[in-house]
Write a protein that binds this ligand. Structure first.
Ligand code: ADP
Ligand code: NA
Length: 328
């Protein structure tokens, strides 16, 4: 029917970091103004694929709500909701789970990487969460999904499930397309071979949107670089410095060549502070908005409840139709 619908999700597993912001949230903010139908989900069901402390998880859901609003997600322009409050996600997920073969999931890179990290003792949820992702997307008959590079394989799975369902039950789901969010992975400040991640135990590796200017300076000061003092962009050979350049370029909106040109004659130690300043400036309004929002739990609750009710309204009829098609 030609209508575009955008869907994306983020796990409530801690305060978003620079990678989440540049790799996802910033483009979410843009997309909600460019499209009339946009849904963003705080995917709490996904977060329990690994152990979570209930009190910490509950707090993280509020923190993520506040963080997304502070970053510019506007509930007037997009539906911001909590996945677990729309029970149709798990219902559709089960139906799709029954349409996919075990080896297809076992061959996904992320499963292999994550289960290896857990000594091949990962939960069934960790194995099947890409199917839950498919349900998240298809439940709203989404046409476009902003994703990072790491999710391309999962998007292919979602597309296969949509096609498979349509083949068996008749044309029903649009086959969703990826919108690649342009930012390459932001790397850990301590190990440029790893991505910046919410769950990194090294506190200096990850810059959060709520970090104070002092914390941001400290983290960039301690960023791992190399023994060459010039600032150049060469991700293959100079991962650490190139990560700083990429961050600098992304937060200022200037091309990589331009930030490198501007940094001629500055050594990397000095350059770290330049990048720290650019990040501090970028996050200052977000940080103060976040502090305000966190003091008004009632407001956060209202926003999330209203969003979840809107999502439910969209999801319910689709799920009913699916059940009928399946023969329930
Ligand atoms: P994390 O891996 O830190 O827990 P999530 O899995 O919740 O983050 O991912 C939320 C979004 O942020 C996804 O779209 C993901 O691609 C993006 N993202 C996560 N880490 C990075 C990073 N280091 N650089 C760029 N984008 C990232
Ligand atoms: Na919109």
């Amino acid at each position: 029917d030609g209508v575009k619908r955008v869907f994306s999700g983020i796990q409530p597993t801690g305060i978003p970091h620079l990678g989440n912001y540049l790799g996802a949230i910033e483009s979410w903010v843009r997309l909600q103004s460019e499209h009339s139908s946009v849904l963003y989900s705080i995917v709490d069901l996904h977060s329990i694929t690994v152990p979570q402390d209930p009190a910490v998880l509950r707090q993280s859901i509020w923190d993520m709500t506040a963080a997304l609003l502070a970053c510019g997600i506007n509930p007037e322009k997009s539906v911001l909701f909590q996945q677990s409050q729309v029970s149709e996600h798990t219902q559709l997920s089960w139906i799709l789970t029954c349409m996919i073969r075990l080896p297809r999931l076992q061959h996904l890179h992320q499963w292999k990487a994550k289960t290896a990290k857990q000594k091949h003792n990962g939960t069934m949820g960790l194995l099947t969460y890409p199917v839950l992702q498919a349900a998240d997307v298809l439940l709203y008959k989404s046409t476009h999904v902003p994703v990072g590079e790491d999710q391309i394989q999962h998007m292919e799975l979602i597309q296969d499930l949509a096609r498979g369902f349509n083949k068996k039950y008749g044309e029903f789901f649009p086959v969703p397309k990826s919108i690649l969010t342009s930012m390459k992975k932001v790397k850990s400040l301590r190990d440029p071979s790893a991505k910046m991640s919410k769950s990194d135990p090294d506190k200096l590796a990850t810059v959060r949107i709520t970090d104070s200017p002092e914390e941001i300076v400290q983290k960039f000061r301690k960023a791992v670089t190399d023994f060459t003092s010039e600032v150049t962009y060469d991700p293959a050979r100079r991962g650490g410095v190139s990560n700083l350049v990429a961050i600098h370029s992304a937060v200022t909106g200037l091309p990589v060549e331009e930030v490198v040109r501007q940094s001629a004659g500055i050594n990397t130690a000095r350059y770290k502070l330049v990048v720290a300043d650019a990040v501090i400036e970028k996050f200052a309004p977000i940080r103060s908005e976040m502090a305000k929002l966190k003091m008004d739990q009632g407001h956060l609750q209202k926003v999330l409840q209203a969003g979840s009710a809107k999502a439910k309204e969209l999801a319910y009829p689709v799920c009913q139709e699916v059940k009928e098609l399946v023969g329930f």
